[in-house]
Structure formats: C-alpha cells, structure tokens
Design a protein around this ligand. Sequence first.
Ligand code: C5P
Length: 415
Amino acid sequence: MERTFTMLRGKEIIVGITGGIAAYKTAELVRELTKRGASVHVVMTKNAMEFVTPLTFQTLSGHPVIHEMFELFAGSKIGHIALSDIADQMVIVPATANIIGKIANGIADDFLTTMVMAITVPVLFVPSMNTKMWESKIVQMNINKLKDAGFDFLEPIEGDLACGTVGKGRLPPVEDILEKMEDIFTDKDLEGETILITAGPTLEFIDPVRCITNRSSGKMGYALAKIARRRGANVILISGPTHLKPPKRDIKFVEVTTAREMRDAVMELYSESTVIIKTAAVADFRCKSENCQKIKKKNDESVPTIELEKNPDIIAELGKVKGNRLLIGFAAETENLLDNAAEKLKRKNLDMIVANDVSKKEIGFSSDNNEVTLIDRSGKTKHIPFMSKEGVAHLILDAVKKLIKKRKLKEEDWY
Ligand code: C5P
C-alpha cells in the first residue's frame, strides 16, 4: 500500500478566515487539509461571512464553524474544551490588514482574535490585500511586530488583483500554503548541510529536431529536493529537461539539457555541497558528430547510421574529487539489481547507492511511487517498501543523516 508522507495527517488544524475576497479560495485549502488526514476546525470573522458562508466550511471540514464569541459548540465533539488547547497549528487565510493590525496591537474583540491571544502553537498568516495596503508602512510595521513575536507569514504573490489592479497582494496557491504548513511541522534536522541533487534525464541531439533521451521523469530527484529543503538543508537542484514545475522558494535551481552541460554545472557547484545525490538518468552516449541540419529521409530503403561516443561519467568523476562529501548514486536496473548496484558503488567510490528495479511497471520511471534498496559501503542493505516518492525521499534522507553522523564521528577521531 502507498504511504504518503504528510506531517498534516492526524493533526488538529484551526483555519481562521477573515473578510477578504480571497476567502473563497480557503474552501480549497480546507478540502486539501482534510484529504491529507487533518482534522480541520474553521473560525470565521463577521466580515468573512460577507464573502463566504459557514455552511460551505462546515460541509468541507465536517465540524461546526465558529463565528460567534459566545458560542457553546453545541453538537461539536470538542465540547467546551477551548479550541486553542487542542490545536497543533493555526492558519489565517486570507489574513486582512485589519486582522493583522488587530492582533499586532493586542485587540481581542471576537472569537478569532481572542483565540490567537491564547494560542501557544504555531500560527501562520497568509495575507492577501490590495498592493497599496500591503506596501503601507502601518501594515508592514504590524507584520514585523508579529514576526518578532514568533508568528509565521507566507507572503502574497504578484498578479491580477480583484480590485482591478496588478501587483503584490494575491493569495499564494493552495499548494504553497500546504507546503508552508508541512514545513512548520517538519524538524529541521538537516540544517547546516548543503545537498546538491541532480534529477531528470539528459538529452543528446542527433540533429536540430531529433534527440536521444530516456524515460526518467525527474520526480524522485524533485521529491528529494523538496523534502531536503523542508528538513532545513540548503538545496541545489540541477535538472535535465522534465515536465515538472520548477521548485519555488529557497532552492537553487539550474536547468541543463545535455550530459556535458550537467557535468559542467555539477563541477562548478559541487564544492559548495556537503552531500551529493545523483538521481539523474544521464545519457551514457551522445552522437559523435552533431548534424546542424535535419537528416533527410531518402527515397530508397537506406537508413542513416548514427555513430555514438561516450558521455562523461559525472558521478565517477565526483568519486575521485569528493573529499569528505557524501556521494550517493542511483542504480536503475532491470536485472541482478543488488549485485549490479553494489558493483557500481565500489567502482564509482560512492557512500551509498539506491537500487531500483525499473522493470517493475508500478514503480520507477514516471510513477509517483517507488520501492528501492539502499546499500552502503559496508554492504549493509535496507529495503524501502512501495510508497510515494516523497516517502522514499524521507527515508533516503534518514539514511543520509546517519552517514553524516558517522562522518562527523570519524572527523572527531582526528583530534
Ligand atoms: O552506471 P549507471 O549509469 O547505471 O550509474 C547510475 C548512477 O551514475 C546514477 O547516480 C547517475 O546519476 C550516475 N551517472 C552519472 N553520469 C553518467 C551516468 C550515470 O553521473 N554518465
């Protein structure tokens, strides 16, 4: 069975809604939170109810919506227990200039503001407002005050605004809000590490139209980059051509096309890293001579011959210069999985190799799931059963964390 790794599963989440036009987008957030297994309690201000109705949120969350200061929670499972006591995290979406100002100045004149005064768990504000309001000194002063007091913020994005203007003030996409909430729940246990990850296929041109590539989707590498960043690492992602959305915030992203471009980018950046994970399926061969014009099909039965030459083996090159860095490779095999992977680990001087059997349809290329075996230098293996690529990424990074600890102990031996 697939096990998705979400820190939101089983959590009690309070969603505060205030009176902005983006309030309708909060419905999608509540739906996604419940889909991820969170228990959602919605609190609305009076102004919010001018834009959206409590019934929508009661239906989506499965819990009564609180909007009155002195409600008795009739019919609610939590009875009289204060919501703020059971919450694991609170998120205010959208957060208006008004709510930001009120909370920053200690005003508690309705249920939502009163609850925020009493809450001890993380509170995330997701503001959305007109650009001029967002840029106003007063709003920014209030935001800084709340940040200083330990509140989290996810800034609005630029774009078309409901008031007919264009600028900063739009609510970020729901997936960004969810990512920030996951991030708040995640231990920053990889802080201080810089992890360089390569992902996707590379592409070698035969002529301006045709190319040699492979079926790698890049999903495993992108999942590793996302989870490593969530766990506090600095991340550099060097990616061949994929159909995936480039990572958004806080990841250094370098796009390349050919194996030689990937090699150059890796060689330029690897010295900044402490850990290198090479998930990329680098094309082993390229055309010996690149045709500047499209190769023409002849009117007879003849077919062109394409002469190939070897591409640089990036990971083998890294194996020679890596120093104290941890070097982790992937071995996509269709037969003799573990033997071939273990041989590669030795030959390329890796610290760990992730072996996956790409002959299985339900895992590997293009799939959202994977099943792999980790092998370290001592020959120790760890099987990671079928699960989401994000889940696999977590477990690979757990193993990397153990190797980092071992490396630190070794370094201490020198003193
Ligand atoms: O030998 P093989 O290509 O199967 O090894 C796979 C590992 O080597 C992967 O980690 C892949 O990213 C890396 N590799 C590389 N440069 C190549 C071929 C593979 O870095 N030219």
